[in-house]
Design a protein around this ligand. Sequence first.
Ligand code: NAP
Length: 481
Amino acid sequence: MAERLHTQNYINGEWCDAALGAVFPVDNPATKELIEEVADSTTTDVERAIDAAYDAFAFWSTTSPIERARLLHRWFCLIVEHTDVLANLMTRECGKPFVESKGEVAYGASFVEWFAEEAKRIYGDIIPAATPDRQLLVHKAPIGVCAAITPWNFPLAMITRKCAPALAAGCTVVVKPAEGTPLTALALAALAEQAGFPAGVFNVVCAAHGVEVGRVLSTHEKVRKLSFTGSTAVGKQLLKQSAETVKRVSMELGGNAPFIVFDDADLEQAIQGALASKYRNSGQTCVCANRFIVQDTVYEQFAERLKEATEALKVGNGLDAGIAIGPLINGAAVGKVSELVRCAINDGARALCGAQTHSAGDNFYMPTVLTEVSPSMAIASTEIFGPVSTLIRFTEEAEAIHIANATPFGLAAYFYTEDRHRMWRVADALDYGMIGVNEGIISTTLAPFGGQKQSGMGREGSMYGIDEYLELKYVCMGGMK
Ligand code: NAP
């Protein structure tokens, strides 16, 4: 049950301490108080989980899709039923405002519901053969044991976005949640257990530092698929490690989202989109607007309105009413954001508001608006991961597209215009996996989530998401009479 905090690993249907008995602390970033101590796993623990998932795959892969759908649906209902408990836990672990945590529970649960349905629709094909004595069949088969390594910024949804399609396809999983947010992952495991998933099908192994457990998951022969969400640097490392055993991989990595405001945009709509895109989770999402690229004719007006709206955001503990901006995940994150802002101001950027830490506590940073940012500044080429809006100026459409695309990343991009010709033209020209036109929030279960270039490979959610967990198997039936 999610009401009780689980702190042990969940392996082969059992709650167990780490083999060496070690634990690590999980702190509340808003108060810096200890929430709980959680099992700190090593190679032995993760190998046990992989073995359990491997053994379970033998029967889980042969269960009927209807049975898998039924269990997933039960899991979905339990997650929804426990919305407040899960949201409270998430806010305490990662700091996001309670309302946003509730939103994440709904978003995360929606993947479980969606893939419960998709489990029933894993169709194959019959290909017309060149000669009448053959039948060419294509089946879709579950890949095998899947490893999911997930980040702290979406402690629940990044797990369900991977595990629901994997389980629906007939794969078994081993999840390694982030060090900062293992309790939400364990609460999900408790609900999966309650839903009735058989032992070994869904396993969670926690660890203080991802390196050792991540190495085992990405190099083990029995793991056939690795799905990772996190930073590009760690993603590259895991890709290298996965090469040895030629695993299927999905990589949901970092971004550097442009948000272009043309002078024919509905400016108020653009401001609302900017607030939603930039400040969700205190600016700590991979699809957060990282660079506002604003046409010079509306630059001052947009900057002034964004400043007013930004100053109105209430900062504090995400469990308090009316809070829009919670803490950053830890002191290192605050240090990184402070340094980026300091360097930008040194290089000529102008702070309209914020640009300093907040009195709510060590991990809080004031929502900030910086103008006169240039594309060459570090803040424009780095994923800020904090509540800082940076405004770059442009004159011509082609210039805006050039600035937007001049990055190794290609996850999400946004632009605002009322010109329907420009909508098509710019959407075509932007080198990104996901594009919001007059929309600042575009993630939904119904559409493929994922990036291009160094933002990753593979897609999650939607009708495409389950393919990441399926192999195509071609069967040639010959000698037909
Ligand atoms: P991170 O440092 O890369 O960590 C992500 C996960 O990888 C955590 O579970 C972490 O474990 C583990 N890990 C860290 N170092 C590892 C290593 N050497 N080997 C194996 N595993 C390792 O990223 P984060 O700071 O948690 O998350 C923020 C990043 O995720 C941002 O770049 C953001 O853009 C990206 N993100 C992308 C998406 C997307 O869908 N594209 C969604 C959300 C976030 P520990 O916590 O135990 O170190």
